[in-house]
Ligand binder design. Structure first.
Ligand SMILES: [Zn+2]
Length: 225
């Protein structure tokens, strides 16, 4: 939901990134405080301007991030890249086009789907068939987070049994980039896991955010067994 100019209700997603960082460290046996410090250092470097670095210091790293907190969308990009570098080193892939080859941004999206299905967006998941979640829940969640203008440009097609295509027109959507798409691949995959499907596959070969694309339309192909 757009509230202040240029700021979207990304609080729960940002909160999710920090929880993902903690969870990932726990699962991989990494030193969490040390990794967090590395993420903070990378994020301050990636911020690019003293104002943005100051914003990260005061609003993100030394305050409580609430689901209802408001953040400009560059914060998520900086955080995703900083987390990727802290986990995988500089030069690690920042995005993927298939759930078969997960990367950190994919895993961050997957983690958020799992978490939100149990918390803020439980109503959209609880007792829902995967088909119904794709046809309505997914769009409603996007409406909540990114507003009507964005959600109105999402098209969901049922191509056959357990086969869907989601197309998103990112024309005029400043926040969109390939990392964002990769978290989307992870989110769709994680949501399908939560909805109990077997063998989910999400691919994103047609990405309008690849430099040089004729338009900004992103297509996700979704299937399961
Ligand atoms: Zn894309």
């Amino acid at each position: 939901m757009e509230t202040q100019q240029g700021e979207l209700q990304l609080g729960d997603f940002i909160k999710g990134r920090l929880l993902f960082l903690e969870d990932y460290c726990k699962r991989r046996g990494l030193d969490y405080p040390k990794t967090l410090a590395e993420v903070q250092a990378q994020a301050l470097r990636l911020a690019g301007t003293p104002e943005k670095a100051e914003f990260l210091k005061t609003r993100l790293f030394s305050g409580i991030v609430l689901s209802s907190s408001y953040f400009p969308d560059w914060v998520d990009k900086v955080l995703l890249e900083a987390i990727t570098i802290a986990f995988k080193g500089p030069g690690a892939p920042l995005h993927t086009t298939t759930s078969r080859i997960p990367c950190i941004t994919f895993e961050a999206g997957q983690f958020n789907a799992h978490r939100q299905a149990d918390t803020v967006f439980r109503a959209y998941f609880s007792g829902k068939r995967p088909e119904d979640w794709l046809k309505s829940g997914f769009v409603q969640i996007n409406r909540k987070c990114y507003g009507d203008a964005f959600a109105d440009h999402i098209q969901v097609e049922e191509l056959g049994p357990r086969r869907f295509r989601v197309s998103i027109d990112n024309a005029g959507v400043e926040k969109a980039d390939q990392m964002d798409c990769s978290t989307g691949v992870g989110y769709l995959y994680g949501a399908l896991e939560k909805l109990g499907v077997t063998g989910p596959l999400v691919t994103h070969d047609r990405c309008g955010l690849v430099p040089g694309s004729p338009d900004r339309i992103c297509v996700y192909e979704i299937s399961w067994r």
